[in-house]
Design a protein around this ligand. Structure first.
Ligand SMILES: *Cc1c(COP(=O)(O)O)cnc(C)c1O
Length: 403
């Protein structure tokens, strides 16, 4: 039987397979799935002790449960964080990381290129409660400097960002944020826990949608927040206990199984994405490919410093605008049209009309999301089949223009 004290010394691949596992009295190989909402006490005194939090045990599954606890411990180990709590979805994690600490009158500074629901929280929800957000172009350090010249409570950013794959200088932003008194929250979904370690680069809080690479096979929603122990104990846990975005034990179990193969999958994802990015860059119908692993990417050198791989998502623009982009999408035979990402299956979407449809045209233009842009999440299929599929669909780019 391994003890928790063994876990911390293991290599990441071992932690992903075994970290956080606690066997029941039945000595099962695979982590047990505990479906229970409540727990019983041997006597009234034990219940009193548990509610006074003098006894470390489960009391109610909105607060924590055994399978969920195993997932939190495994994620904590792989991130190298002091504490982790998981949530029902990635958005519940982003929301909790912000709302558990903000109050009326606070300022947030955020990179403009954010997941569109995160933008909604900042622009539509938090403004109702008197929290103001200043948006900056994430790659422009002068804008960060100006915005953080005044005190701020939080910084929120994604790097690489969705869908334009901008890479933000984490140590530089963290230094400015800390001077302004702000905690830095990094949405690390595109990088996964394996390719970028925001806490080691100066961030205070890391959030994930485990829906993406951590499950990685398109089955379950989930989210995670990782930070230091005192933030989690004093800010995050009370918020989660009383507002209730708990992850179901079943989804935690699926995510635990996902972590067991994360390293294998992510390394194949990165290889396939690099190959597809290089292929697309050679195609005459493709104007521009955005992928941090390409030397043509504006922050290629920065990505090389703060990431150990460039991830599994790329964006590209095609000649012929939205009609050409739609023709390409409609002729793909293997790659599916879907707004999800980080899946074993390759998925492609047209951000301007789907994930970023809610934004005003001018805002999309400012973010660089035109009608000619496609976002491709490269999966685990044989890359030769993916390239053949893209090659045959690219032939249709000019179809309308000729006729
Ligand atoms: C998907 C995603 C989210 C939201 O996660 P859900 O699990 O869908 O709630 C947040 N941020 C990024 C970068 C994402 O890709």
């Amino acid at each position: 039987m391994t003890r928790p004290s063994d876990w911390a010394g293991w290599q990441p691949a071992t932690q992903l397979v075994r970290g956080g596992s606690v066997r029941s009295a039945f000595d099962e190989t695979s982590e047990a799935l505990y479906l229970t909402s409540g727990y019983v006490y041997p006597n009234a005194e034990a219940a009193e002790e548990a509610f006074a939090q003098r006894l470390d045990r489960f009391v109610y599954s909105r607060y924590g449960s055994p399978t969920v606890g195993m997932l939190e411990e495994r994620l904590r180990l792989i991130e190298g964080a002091e504490a982790c709590r998981v949530t029902a979805t990635g958005m519940a994690a982003v929301n909790a990381a912000l709302l558990c600490q903000l109050k009326a009158g606070d300022r947030v500074v955020a990179a403009r290129c954010l997941f569109s629901s995160s933008l909604w929280i900042l622009q539509d929800l938090l403004t109702r409660f008197g929290v103001e957000t200043v948006f900056v172009d994430g790659t422009d350090m002068a804008q960060w400097q100006r915005a953080l010249a005044k005190p701020a409570a939080c910084v929120l950013l994604e790097t690489p960002s969705n869908p334009t794959l901008e890479v933000i200088d984490l140590p530089a932003v963290a230094a400015l944020a800390h001077k302004a008194g702000a905690r830095v929250i990094v949405d690390n979904v595109f990088a996964t826990p394996l390719l970028q370690k925001p806490l080691a680069l100066g961030a205070d809080i890391v959030v994930y949608s485990t829906t993406k690479h951590i499950d990685g096979q398109g089955r379950c929603l989930g989210g995670a927040v990782l930070a230091d122990a005192s933030f989690v104990r004093e800010k995050l846990v009370p918020f989660l206990r009383h507002t209730g975005p708990a992850m179901s034990p079943f989804n935690a179990w699926v995510n635990l199984k996902g972590l067991e193969t994360l390293e294998l999958r992510v390394s194949r994802h990165v290889q396939n994405t690099q190959t597809v990015a290089e292929f697309l860059e050679r195609q005459p119908g493709v104007e521009r490919v955005l992928y941090p692993g390409l030397p043509s990417h504006p922050q290629h050198a920065l990505a090389g410093r703060q990431m150990t791989g460039a991830g599994s998502v790329l964006a590209f623009t095609v000649r012929g605008g939205k009609p050409a982009a739609f023709r390409l999408l409609n002729h793909l035979r293997i790659i599916d049209i879907s707004n999800n990402l980080g899946d074993a299956k390759s998925l492609i979407c047209h951000p301007a009309t789907t994930t970023h449809q809610r934004l005003a045209e001018a805002e999309r233009a400012h973010l660089g999301i035109g009608g000619d842009m496609l976002r491709l999440s490269v999966g685990l299929e044989d890359v030769r089949d993916l390239i053949a599929d893209l090659a045959q669909a690219l032939r249709y780019l000019n179809e309308g223009a000729i006729g």
